[in-house]
Design a protein around this ligand. Structure first.
Ligand SMILES: Cc1cc2nc3c(=O)[nH]c(=O)nc-3n(C[C@H](O)[C@H](O)[C@H](O)COP(=O)(O)OP(=O)(O)OC[C@H]3O[C@@H](n4cnc5c(N)ncnc54)[C@H](O)[C@@H]3O)c2cc1C
Length: 450
C-alpha cells in the first residue's frame, strides 16, 4: 500500500518512537496499529480518512488517549492521532473558545483561567477534550454550568466521505445533536467552539470522614446537596488515603469516605455555606479552602499518572436507598488497592435544565453518574482490581437506572450501549445511517447503522 497520500507525521512499527506513540493512559491496553498518523491540521485528517476508506483499513480516533477501553487505538489499523492539534483561541468579550481536539483539559484550563473564564469539564487535567466532550463531560462545574456538551456551540467535523462540515444549531443540526453525547461515531471532530463561564477562584477541596460514619456521611451529603444551590457541588467517594504528604501520617492507607467539594458562589459567603458541612461529623480531614479553578481540576493528576492498570464500570443512579447505601459501604470497605476508588458524580443542577432528548445524552433524570475504578501500577494486580470492580458493579446493578456513562465504559456489548442512550438510540441510528452508513467509524461505543 502506498501511503504517500498521507500527510502529517506517519509512524509505523519500524519507527523507534512506535511503542511510545501507541502507548495510552490505560496500561492494560496493548494494541498494535499498522499506522499512526499524527495530524497537524484538518487537511491531514481528511487525507487520513480518505486513505483509510480507499484502502479499506480500520480507523480509530485519538485525542487525549484516556479512554479506559482503549478505543483510541485499533489493532493493525490506522490511528488518526489529533494530539498535536493544540490551538486554542479565546474570545474574552464573547466568552467563547475555539479549541482544537489535541488539547487536554489542563491546556484548556490554563488558557481560559487567564481571562477569569472556565469550561465545565472533567476532574483530571490529562484527559483529552475530544473524547470527554463527545461523550458528555462531567466535572466540578456540572451543577453550575451543565455538561461540557451543554456549553458546545459548534464543531468542525471530517465525515467518513472526507468532507469537512461545521455542525451547529442551525447547520447540520442533526449531526450537532448526535455529537453531543454520541461519541466518536459520526466523524472526526477537529475543533470545538464552546461558551465559557466566569470562574476564577473557587472554595474547594476534599473532606474525609471515617468509615464508621459512612452511612451518616452519605445520607448527609445526599440531603444537603439536594437542597443546595447550583453553586455547591460535591462528589462522594470511598477511597484509601494515599500514604504521602500533604495527608497526615495517621491517616495513611486508611479506608475512608469523603466528598470533594467545589463552591462557586461569592467567596465571602463560603465559610457560612460550609458551616453545616463542617458541623457534620466532624471531618477527620478538611482541605477545603480558596484555590484557583485549575488547581482544583489538577489536584489528583499526580496521583493518577499515565501507565497504570485500569478497569472501570459505571452506573446511573437516581436515588440512594438504604439497601444501595449498604452495598456501597460493603464494597467501598473492600477497595483492593490505594488507587482504586468509587465516585458518585452529580448530574443534577444545571444538567437537569436540559431535556433528555435535547442532546444525545439521555440520562438527565439521573442524580449521579457512579464510576467504580480498579487501578494499580502493578500488572500483577490487574485481575484483582478487575474482580473487585465487577463484583461491586453487579451488586449495585439492581439499584441503578440501567446503562452507564459511555465515557466510563469498557467493551461491554451492544445492549449496554443501547441502554445508555435509551429513547435516543433510535434517532442516533438514523443519524449514523445518514452520515456513516458503512460504519467506517466503529472503534467507539458503537451505534450501528441500520
Ligand atoms: C483518569 C481519568 C479521569 C477521567 N475523568 C473524567 C471526568 O472527570 N469526567 C468525565 O466526563 N470523564 C472523565 N474521564 C473519562 C473520559 O471522558 C474518557 O476516557 C474519554 O474517552 C477521554 O477522552 P480522550 O480524548 O482522552 O480519549 P481518547 O482515548 O483519545 O478517545 C476516546 C474515544 O473518543 C472518541 N474521540 C476522541 N476524540 C475524538 C474526536 N476529536 N473526534 C471524534 N471522536 C473522538 C473516539 O471514539 C475515541 O475512540 C476520565 C478518564 C480518565 C482515564
Amino acid at each position: 500500500m502506498n501511503n504517500q497520500n498521507l500527510t502529517g507525521k506517519v509512524i509505523t512499527p519500524k519507527d523507534s518512537s512506535y511503542d511510545n506513540e501507541r502507548s495510552i493512559y490505560n496500561a492494560m491496553i496493548d494494541k498494535k496499529p499498522a499506522l499512526i498518523v499524527k495530524c497537524r491540521k484538518t487537511e491531514d485528517v481528511v487525507n487520513a480518512v480518505n486513505y483509510a476508506r480507499e484502502n479499506n483499513i480500520e480507523v480509530s480516533i485519538r485525542s487525549g488517549g484516556h479512554n479506559g477501553a482503549g478505543l483510541a487505538l485499533v489493532e493493525e489499523g490506522l490511528v488518526i492521532d489529533l494530539s498535536e492539534m493544540k490551538a486554542i483561541k479565546i474570545e474574552a468579550q464573547a466568552k467563547t473558545a475555539i479549541i482544537e481536539s489535541g488539547n487536554t483539559l489542563g491546556d484548556v484550563d490554563a488558557a481560559t483561567h487567564e481571562y477569569g473564564l472556565a469550561l465545565p469539564s472533567g476532574i483530571i487535567g490529562t484527559t483529552g477534550i475530544g473524547g470527554i466532550t463527545l461523550g458528555g463531560g462531567l466535572g466540578y462545574l456540572s451543577r453550575k454550568g451543565g455538561l461540557t456538551i451543554d456549553n458546545l456551540l459548534e464543531c468542525e467535523v471530517v465525515l467518513a466521505t472526507g468532507e469537512v462540515v461545521i455542525a451547529k444549531k442551525d447547520s447540520y443540526s442533526d449531526l450537532f445533536w448526535a455529537l453531543r453525547g454520541g461519541g466518536g461515531n459520526f466523524g472526526v471532530v477537529t475543533s470545538f467552539k464552546f461558551n465559557l463561564i466566569e470562574i476564577k477562584n473557587v472554595y474547594a477541596g476534599p473532606m474525609f470522614w471515617p468509615m464508621e460514619q459512612a452511612e451518616e456521611a452519605i445520607k448527609f451529603w445526599d440531603t444537603h446537596t439536594k437542597n443546595a444551590s447550583n453553586n455547591l457541588y460535591g462528589f462522594f467517594a470511598f477511597l484509601i488515603v494515599p500514604p504521602a504528604e500533604p495527608f497526615p501520617e495517621h491517616l495513611w492507607n486508611k479506608n475512608v469516605c469523603g466528598v470533594v467539594w467545589n463552591y462557586t458562589g461569592p467567596i465571602e459567603k463560603a465559610e457560612e455555606v460550609f458551616k453545616p458541612v463542617r458541623a457534620f461529623g466532624p471531618p477527620i480531614l478538611d482541605f477545603v479552602g480558596e484555590i484557583p479553578m485549575p488547581a482544583l481540576n489538577s489536584m489528583f493528576d499526580a496521583l493518577y499518572p499515565k501507565g497504570m492498570q485500569w478497569y472501570w464500570r459505571a452506573h446511573y443512579i437516581k436515588e440512594l436507598t438504604p439497601e444501595s447505601i449498604k452495598i456501597n459501604i460493603e464494597h467501598g470497605s473492600k477497595i483492593p488497592t490505594m488507587h482504586s476508588t468509587t465516585h458518585l458524580y452529580p448530574v443534577d443542577g444545571a444538567c437537569h435544565e436540559v431535556g433528555n432528548n435535547e442532546t444525545a445524552w439521555a440520562n438527565r433524570d439521573a442524580r449521579w453518574s457512579q464510576v467504580i475504578v480498579g487501578v494499580d501500577p502493578d500488572p500483577a494486580k490487574a485481575d484483582e482490581v478487575t474482580e473487585w470492580c465487577k463484583d461491586y458493579f453487579d451488586a449495585l446493578a439492581p439499584h441503578a437506572m440501567g446503562g452507564g456513562y459511555v465515557n466510563f465504559m469498557m467493551n461491554e456489548g451492544q445492549e449496554r450501549i443501547k441502554a445508555s442512550y435509551k429513547e435516543n438510540y433510535k434517532r442516533l441510528v438514523e443519524i449514523k445511517t445518514k452520515y456513516d452508513p458503512t460504519n467506517f467509524f466503529h472503534i467507539n461505543q458503537n451505534i450501528k447503522p441500520s
